[in-house]
Design a protein around this ligand. Sequence first.
Ligand code: NAD
Length: 444
Amino acid sequence: MKIAVVGTGYVGLVTGTCFAETGNTVTCIDIDVNKVNKLSKGEITIYKPGLEKLFLRNLKEERLFFTTDLAAGVKDAVIVFLALPTPPGEDGSADLKYILGVAKDLGRIIQPGDYKVIIDKSTVPVGTAEKVRDAILSASPQAESLVTAFDVVSNPEFLREGVAVDDFMKPDRVVVGTTSEKAKKLMNDLYAPFVRQGNPVIFMDERSAELTKYAANSFLATKISFMNEVAKLCELLGADVDMVRRGMGSDERIGKRFLFPGIGYGGSCFPKDVQALVRSGKEVNYDFQILNAVMDVNEKQKLHLIPGIKKYFKNDLKGKRFALWGLAFKPNTDDIREAPALYIIDALTKEGAGICAFDPEAMNNVKAQIGDKIEYAESQYDALKNADALIIATEWNEFRTPDFLKIVTNLKNKAIFDGRNLFDVAAIRELGFHYESVGREIVN
Ligand code: NAD
């Protein structure tokens, strides 16, 4: 099939590459000239495990193309994915200006004779498929004859950053919102290679598909905030959240995943999607109470380590220097959107502390955002030099079993503040560290 993907960011590039990998011819379109130039030359613009190899192979096999020209990019495509940003607007609702802007452009491009399926892959509020349809028709000089020339389908993306390629190639499920039989058939054919093991392609109406994505992300965010509250209670009551988590997670009805406490969720999806669902509720006079609490808990959780750090340094952080391991909002990505590390940096630098950070993939993104507000180290151990303590904000695998001798020799104080519960409390105490984590010890 001939496919166009409009928007070549995290989702668009994975979508385009994975569809090319199953033999389709894919043209990815982006307004960012620099990005398109790099990608066309074989320079990957984002870090995702496994993506570069597939990207280079499909580029070489001439199944994957990049352009800034929307009209040329969608000309021969039967399927047009919209993988555009839907950032939060001022009131928290998803800003649809990118989606509806491109929809209008498509209205001027699509001709009555050639059938196209326009697919919302972005996370969009209920009713967006209808808005996209209206925008296309309103911009078309031949609106009347265009009515049957296209369908708008909702096909939300559930990939997890960090394992995006695996998730895309072997999805737990594919959700497709459409009532058009023609579109259904095309979507079935398109996804057939990805669900050969029998995972379902679930067809539903557009509105239900749109809501499914928000409900799924908001539920996962709720699980995280719930466990962060349980962790807090563990600290106050003298229980160990690791034990509680294991005891809870063995119950099949609860499940083991998303029960790990930490310093809050971040990234490009959970914060904005939870906010947008609350906003969608408000628009129909519904107060989604649980989600308001989920957001409150998460905001506080990002700074969970700060009181302990302040107490350890007797409320005087001026001139102190911290090694910070991890900047990305989670491991195996360079995405720093809403990353807890950035909140920690803000809180500590405001108190006059200095920070030297290391992250295996996200340092360039942080440099671009906050520049020399902090220092950047060549390695996780370089970050420790002359530091007063170590803070861990992301659970990268290489931080899990570090060389403790190197930590001891470099740090001024044997103090570790761990926002991701990487180490065994008893073992690290035995090494003589002052160690604070989340939900595993009584705090005052
Ligand atoms: P992104 O910001 O990484 O990428 C968006 C791309 O769209 C950028 O490259 C930008 O230059 C391009 N763009 C903007 N306006 C354009 C236009 N008019 N024409 C062509 N290109 C244009 O965003 P993302 O993380 O890929 O997210 C896209 C959507 O997918 C969002 O709605 C997001 O919520 C959703 N989503 C993201 C993830 C994720 O893991 N990042 C997962 C599931 C769903």
